[in-house]
Ligand binder design. Structure first.
Ligand code: GUN
Length: 296
């Protein structure tokens, strides 16, 4: 293996420490404690894990965490009324509605009901437009975490060829905007891209965010390139044996085939321990940013 491992877990711990310092200052100097409200509708197991982790880390950095767990059958009017209440609550500086929402709820409508200045996910249409036009925006947490790791590793990204694999609103598109803002030459590749491995082989930076386990292999990567793996996929791992209930054990893999990519790349983020921890750290940082903008 030739690649340097970019340790997202360690970097996230540094970011959280900085966040905690800012929080302590806001409390002492301004008498304000940043507050993050997280809304979870329904019982999706993965979402429950994320929400618990977000709440725990919010409290650990000295902020207030407000969790709102609603029944899967909650109607749109009730959810919108809660958001309205959080929008006008002066103790709440950040609002996050965990996605995906149950199918009967209109995600766009719900996200766009959040006050843009409290939209710590950066999903509100106003923040999407602001990012695209270079205005002050709340920036989506996962791409922000990727950008921070890239800047930490490379310093300036100016002039680099960056290929983002995946075109989601949550990761692919905002990632491309952020890389463009840092003066990269940006390509977005996706499921319909022709000869995709030739496109990625031209890249100095590959960001993989497609949600397909181990799709990007070493032969897609230019020697020495930096690989950022956003994927978190659970796959069967029969080599690990079975659980007590007889089901096959599982393991987490990224969108990149780690071993083959690490042989070619100059640097790579692992899964787990790469992008994942940075996402929550950036959510905490965004909450402090929202609080500062409200009180500054
Ligand atoms: N579900 C998966 N990722 C995210 C995220 O970044 N924000 C929210 N709100 N929901 C998610």
């Amino acid at each position: 293996m030739g690649a340097q491992i970019i340790d997202g877990k360690a970097f996230a711990a540094q970011v959280r420490e900085k966040v905690a310092g800012h929080v302590a200052h806001l409390r002492q100097a301004h008498g304000v404690t940043p507050g993050l409200a997280v809304v979870l509708v329904g019982e999706d197991p993965a979402s429950q894990v994320y929400v618990r982790s977000k709440g725990k880390q919010t409290v650990e950095t000295g902020m207030n965490s407000y969790e709102h767990r609603l029944d899967a059958s909650t109607g749109e009017a009730e959810l919108l009324a809660l958001i309205e209440q959080l929008n006008s609550d002066r103790d709440v500086h950040g609002i996050l509605v965990q996605l995906p929402l149950p199918a009967h709820l209109n995600e766009d409508l719900v996200i766009n009901a959040i006050a843009p200045e409290k939209d710590v996910d950066g999903f509100h249409i106003s923040n999407v437009g602001r990012l695209a036009t270079g205005q002050k925006a709340m920036v989506p947490c996962t791409p922000l975490g990727c950008l921070m790791m890239l800047r930490e590793h490379h310093g300036s990204l100016s002039g680099m060829n960056a290929v983002v694999v995946g075109r989601s609103n949550i990761v692919g598109k905002p990632m491309a905007q952020l890389l463009l803002r840092d003066s990269c030459t940006v390509t977005i590749a996706h499921s319909r891209t022709k000869e995709i491995e030739e496109v990625t082989r031209r890249a100095d930076i590959v960001v993989a965010a497609v949600g397909r386990p181990e799709m990007v292999t070493g032969d897609w990567i230019r020697p020495g390139a930096t690989v950022i793996d956003v994927g978190i996929n659970r796959v069967d791992a029969p080599e690990k044996g079975t659980n007590e209930d007889g089901s096959v054990k599982t393991r987490l893999v990224g969108d990149c085939h780690f071993e083959s990519c690490a042989e070619v790349a100059g640097a790579i983020t692992p899964v787990p321990g790469g992008v994942g921890p940075m996402t929550i750290a950036c959510l905490l940082a965004n909450t402090v940013t929202a609080c500062c903008r409200m009180h500054g």
